[in-house]
Design a binder for this molecule. Structure first.
Ligand SMILES: [Cu+2]
Length: 387
């Protein structure tokens, strides 16, 4: 391969270096320049930790260059000490500086992990603007469908698809779930990304401080229509939001359970839809995976599982094997038992049934193994168990 002459390579490098800021200038740095207080604090966290780490990286790079230059072989002036092996002063700097930075980073992580916990109600609307303890957040229920986003406003009684409208400077509590597979609810201008999962509910508390139109999407690939699974986020003042919600209440469509079952079916590139009213328990039914007629909600199943022992109040209702009664009984562990108490295992030396078929290759018995299908027997057993 012919290599271009040296000046050309240099020219190209220079051109790329000059163009880079211009190209980056076209980028929308929404993550570093967000419009919501939570995302703002997260961006600050990135800046602080990068800055703290640069406290080590910058001096190390500078000193590497300085030493290479100072102790170059042509420099006769530089001190030459081939037997040098220890300096308490240097050791102190080398060990204490990273230690202090790790402590600072640890403290920063600890504090911000708790302050920015998405399940925790906000304590401020923006820097210097504290939130009253009794502030009631606006609740929005988010459902990721294949491949569109459903937003339910229980307070306003309306619902939208692929259109999220938020009042500015009001705390919003998102309750998030999914209809089929895992997605990620992500509005970069507002807050970090939160998973949406079927049969589960996740939460996010956030606020938008500036008016405007932002973008929301999923950061978790979920199949063919994923690329178009985006929604607009409009931030407006209280009057604008009130006007919008009263407009939405005059929409033609309503979101009852049969409509939801239709909506839930996979579809791509869905334009924004508004619903004037919503079935009151729709979100809970989506979480409980019981939107179709006749389905039992998961919540009900779990309550039934946990119901047979009223003393158990863990609230999780998980099935527990508590049929054996241990305390006060005579049962002993195997180590304390005599050999005759233990007996012998009925399984170990029991003759095994011969494998089906024949061990002669090509035998006709090996051709139709489906004839010894255990399914009919299983089905009969299930039917007996059900009745
Ligand atoms: Cu993960």
């Amino acid at each position: 391969m012919r290599t271009p002459p040296f000046p050309l390579t240099r020219l190209r490098t220079a051109a790329v270096a000059l163009l880079a800021p211009a190209l980056l200038g076209g980028c929308d740095w929404v993550v570093m320049n967000p419009s919501g207080d939570v995302a703002r604090q997260q961006a600050n966290l990135i800046l602080w930790s990068t800055g703290l780490m640069l406290l080590i990286i910058v001096p190390v790079i500078a000193l590497t260059i300085l030493f290479a230059w100072k102790y170059r072989h042509t420099n006769e002036e530089a001190e030459y000490t081939p037997n040098w092996d220890h300096s308490t002063g240097l050791e102190l700097i080398i060990w204490s500086a990273p230690l202090l930075i790790v402590i600072a980073l640890g403290a920063l992580t600890w504090i911000s992990t708790h302050a920015l916990d998405p399940y925790r109600p906000l304590s401020r609307l923006e820097a210097g603007k504290r939130l009253a303890k009794n502030d009631k957040p606006l609740e929005i229920q988010v459902v990721s469908l294949d491949w569109k986003w459903l937003f339910i406003y229980p307070e306003q009684g309306v619902a939208t698809v692929n259109e999220l409208v938020l009042p500015m400077n009001r705390q919003v509590r998102f309750r998030i779930t999914s209809s089929s597979v895992m997605n990620t609810f992500y509005v970069p201008a507002m807050a970090g990304m939160i998973y949406s999962m079927p049969g589960m509910e996740t939460r996010l508390h956030a606020v938008l401080n500036k008016p405007g139109r932002f973008e929301g999407f999923s950061a978790n690939y979920s199949g063919a229509g994923f690329s178009e699974m985006r929604f607009t986020v409009d931030s407006m003042d209280d009057a604008g939001f009130a006007k919008w919600s009263s407009e939405a209440r005059t929409a033609q469509k309503t979101l009852d359970l049969p409509t939801y079952v239709q909506l839930e079916k996979p579809s791509e590139k869905v334009p924004a839809i508004r619903y004037a009213s919503v079935a009151p328990t729709l979100f809970d039914r989506i979480v409980g995976m019981c939107t179709k007629p006749g389905e039992t909600c998961m919540q009900a199943t779990m309550m039934k599982d946990g119901a047979h022992d009223p003393r158990r109040d863990s609230g999780h209702g998980a099935p527990v094997n508590d049929s054996g009664h241990m305390r006060g009984s005579e049962s002993k562990g195997a180590l304390q038992k005599e050999p005759e108490e233990k007996g012998s295992s009925p399984h170990r030396n029991a003759p095994r049934p011969a494998a089906p078929g024949s061990n002669k290759p090509g035998n006709e018995d090996n051709r139709s193994m489906t004839s010894i299908d255990p399914l009919p027997a299983l089905l009969a057993g299930n039917a007996a168990a059900r009745s």
